[in-house]
Design a protein around this ligand. Structure first.
Ligand code: IPE
Ligand code: IPE
Ligand code: MG
Length: 241
């Protein structure tokens, strides 16, 4: 089993899980939150250094208002109940996404949790909330254009690292493994730039059914991958006849 330094998870399938159990969709979100807590704890225990959880996408704002409100309620409750545990477990909590779009009290709870766990140096837990990768990249382009217009830099000075350091994930290594539950095999606007050389792991299991054992299975699979980053694995002698 190989532990990725940065694991990113697209926690998908809550609604379908609820449907399977003849319950309203929101019931799936409640169960999914419990699973998230277990997985966070296990990642912390296993020594994962960065865990990014896709909790709410920019596009998820287009869901029925009642579901959005319920998801905000879950987030509010999570932050209130879990911040002390995060500190106890030495987990640093941060967020990527458009925090300004969140209800004011949720946005301030997010900031409070970030401040409260600032000094923790175990697992870095990143919640992607109201996050969209295209929006993130658009913001980065705007920011750089403004700097150029202000004469702070020239277009020539832009390289990959300039872009990397202006994304909301600045300072975080790119994900080694991106895991998605529910059988969908797409990124849904998640970490498009950052996923350039990530390994992908898709499972048909719905997020509320996902277990610690499943996480370990994913890590086993990850351990068997050969990451080449465009290079060759072995420098074989090339003989030209
Ligand atoms: C993932 O589960 C949670 C969020 C997107 C907030 P879904 O709510 O997308 O569940 P499905 O995909 O409809 O089953
Ligand atoms: C992606 O799931 C977002 C989260 C898991 C938070 P969606 O359910 O929103 O993605 P699509 O619509 O199936 O692509
Ligand atoms: Mg979904």
């Amino acid at each position: 089993m190989k532990i990725p330094k940065h694991l990113a998870i697209i926690m998908d399938g809550n609604g379908r899980w609820a449907e399977q159990h003849h319950r309203p969709r929101v019931y799936g979100h409640v169960k999914g939150t419990r699973v998230a807590k277990n997985i966070i704890q296990e990642c912390s225990r296993l020594g994962v250094k960065y865990l990014t959880l896709y909790a709410f996408s920019t596009e998820n704002w287009m869901r029925p208002q009642a579901e959005v409100a319920f998801l905000m309620k879950i987030l509010r409750r999570y932050l209130k109940k879990e911040t002390q545990n995060l500190i106890k477990e030495n987990i640093r909590f941060t967020v990527i996404g458009e925090i300004k779009r969140l209800p004011a009290d949720v946005a301030s709870s997010v900031s409070a949790a970030m401040v409260a766990t600032e000094k923790c140096n175990g697992l870095n837990l990143v919640f992607a909330i109201s996050y969209g990768s295209k929006q993130e990249i658009t913001n980065t382009v705007k920011l750089l254009a403004e700097k150029i217009a202000a004469g702070e830099m020239t277009a020539d000075q832009i390289d990959e690292s300039t872009i990397q350091s202006h994304l909301s994930t600045a300072g975080t290594p790119d994900p080694d493994l991106i895991l998605r539950t529910s059988g969908e095999q797409r990124l849904s606007n998640f970490l498009l730039w950052q996923a350039a050389y990530s390994e992908f792991y898709f499972t048909n299991q719905l997020w509320p059914d996902f277990t610690v054992a499943d996480l370990k299975t994913a890590f086993e699979d990850f351990g068997n991958r050969q990451r080449r980053f465009g290079k060759v694995a072995h420098k074989n002698e090339i003989t030209l006849n």
